[in-house]
Design a protein around this ligand. Structure first.
Ligand SMILES: [Zn+2]
Ligand SMILES: [Zn+2]
Length: 165
């Protein structure tokens, strides 16, 4: 009984503080990954952006590019996040080139639109070559569907929101 009570108290504490001042959400798997707590290899890591492989690759190359500090999913973004989204895309292109993907026309870059997102930490999916993706991957990462949008579409959407909204 005493142990259970202690555990319940700990759960309450974690609920009260989800994201710390440093931008770390201790309930978030991607925060743990970018802070090297999961043993996942980081292909890129700086103060602003981190990159690692998707654990369920949908193509020969499948990377996730994320803000190093916790940022919510794309529905929570505002116009001020446009530079961040652009940097996620730039980093994704660099990672592909570093991994010998030279045909940047045969790639897929995009975000899952909530609620079609299993992790709330903003993450850009980078897949290549897009032409060799299997049936399920084509479905899960389908452009112009209502569950997956391209980086360009997201930027357009954020820009149309205006400064004050
Ligand atoms: Zn996070
Ligand atoms: Zn996703």
């Amino acid at each position: 009984m005493a142990v259970e009570a202690t555990q319940a108290a700990q759960v309450d504490v974690s609920k009260a503080s989800s994201v710390s001042a440093e931008g770390y959400d201790k309930k978030c798997i991607f925060c743990k990954i970018v802070n090297n707590e999961m043993g996942t290899e980081l292909l890129h890591s700086d103060e602003e952006i981190s990159c690692f492989r998707d654990i369920k690759p949908g193509a020969a190359h499948h990377y996730l590019v994320v803000p190093t500090k916790h940022v919510g999913n794309c529905k929570s973004l505002k116009k001020e996040h446009v530079p961040l989204v652009k940097r996620l895309v730039e980093t994704g292109k660099e990672i592909l080139q570093r991994n010998n993907v030279t045909d940047l026309s045969d790639v897929r870059f995009g975000f899952h639109w909530p609620p079609f997102c299993s992790v709330t930490h903003l993450h850009l999916h980078v897949l290549a070559p897009a032409s060799q993706m299997g049936f399920m991957s084509r479905f899960i990462y389908r452009l112009n569907s209502y569950w997956f949008i391209s980086a360009d579409q997201l930027i357009e959407h954020l820009n149309s929101k205006g400064e004050t909204n």
